[in-house]
Design a protein around this ligand. Structure first.
Ligand SMILES: Cc1cc2nc3c(=O)[nH]c(=O)nc-3n(C[C@H](O)[C@H](O)[C@H](O)COP(=O)(O)O)c2cc1C
Length: 348
């Protein structure tokens, strides 16, 4: 049985814009929500103040439901006192030099406190909070529901989907190994949780009673039709929307997606310390070759300075070129065209 995700989330079409930590834009989130889908915005690394400001901007842009996304702590995040950054700084020296930036000095913290981030989200009460890298605790689910916020959890395996359902999430994003960006596994190492979307979605649908949203490799009407045939109640799409002019991707990133073939993405821990899918470039290969990768989030913080400089100058060799295996299907340059194409695959 297919659930009605549109009723649950208050949207017209069960098409979700994937959140992009670091690359979300108000314009793209607004566009997808206004078109009748669920526009999502990734708040990874945002301070509480920036979260309040961003949700206020989204609210001002659209009265339609929007989702915001946070990364839950898994417990294995290192703090500055845990790590000797010297070997990483040495390994990354050629990349700082190439970007023309000084190596960063050690911060007080690599990431904002999750409690403060969650408090800001709960206060702002967006229609939907989606989470990755774990299970929301009972207090968070209760607080969200008390404010009328729906919670989406994200699973890379059947066991993760079961854990999320037991925690009381309203729907589950089942994300296959084709997907762009980080593998958001939390029960087993990401390398051991690489189930493809086509295999994952029906198994998750069979395992849980809540609606399942298929993510990973869905980029056109055929992917949407396939997801529904597999029992999904909706789709979450990243790469195809990242290619559009409304996204916050740099032009060089958009061009890399446009040029990518099916075999042109890889999984790497090089850029953040956690496994993620993207298009190889000089930064990724230099780090892989050095063999020195600090644990998350230290590595993400160490690479951030040259990635930011490269984004400003449009140097695609020093960015994270996150993209999924269906990048070659991401041919449309306007979010409305992507949305219309996806909507053509929805069940009548
Ligand atoms: C640049 C980038 C950043 C992403 N950041 C996040 C994130 O912070 N949280 C999240 O839940 N998903 C994140 N994702 C995954 C997408 O939301 C989406 O689930 C995925 O791209 C779907 O697979 P597809 O790219 O094959 O369509 C990111 C993807 C990209 C391309």
């Amino acid at each position: 049985m297919t659930h009605d995700l549109t009723d649950l989330l208050g949207i017209d079409a069960p098409i979700v814009l994937g959140p992009f930590g670091g690359l979300s834009s108000i314009a793209l989130t607004f566009a997808v929500s206004e078109l009748g889908g669920l526009g999502s915005y990734g708040l990874y690394g945002y301070s509480a103040e920036r979260i309040r400001d961003t949700i206020a901007q989204l609210r001002a842009a659209t009265a339609k439901p929007i989702a915001v996304n946070l990364w839950l702590p898994t417990g294995d995040e290192v703090v500055p006192a845990d790590v000797d950054l010297a070997p990483s700084l040495a390994a990354l020296a050629p990349l700082y030099e190439a970007a023309g930036v000084a190596p960063p000095s050690t911060p007080a913290a690599f990431l904002p406190a999750i409690d403060e981030q969650l408090e800001a989200v709960l206060d702002a009460a967006p229609a939907v909070l989606s989470v990755v890298f774990g299970v929301p605790d009972a207090a968070l689910v209760a607080a969200a529901h008390a404010r009328g916020i729906r919670i989406l959890g994200t699973a890379t395996s059947v066991a993760e989907a079961r854990a999320l359902e037991a925690a009381g999430v309203d729907a589950i994003v089942a994300t296959g190994a084709e997907a762009a960006g980080h593998r958001v596994s939390f029960l087993r190492p990401a390398e051991d949780s690489l189930v493809g979307t086509f295999a994952l979605v029906p198994q998750v649908v069979d395992a849980v009673g809540v609606p399942v949203i298929a993510a990973g490799g869905v980029a056109d009407r055929r992917g949407v039709a396939a997801a529904f045939a597999l029992g999904a109640s909706g789709v979450q799409v990243g790469t195809a929307f990242l290619r559009t002019r409304q996204s916050a991707a740099t032009d060089v990133h958009r061009r890399a997606i446009a040029a990518a073939a099916d075999t042109d993405t890889v999984l790497t821990r090089a850029m953040s310390g956690r496994l993620a899918r993207g298009i190889p470039n000089r930064a990724m290969l230099t780090i892989e070759t050095s063999g020195v990768i600090a644990p998350f989030p230290a590595q993400n913080w160490l690479t951030a300075v040259f990635r930011a400089a490269a984004a400003a100058t449009g140097d695609g060799e020093l960015l994270s070129l996150w993209a999924g295996q269906a990048a070659a299907l991401a041919v449309r340059e306007d979010a409305a065209d992507v949305f219309a194409e996806l909507a053509a695959g929805l069940p009548a």
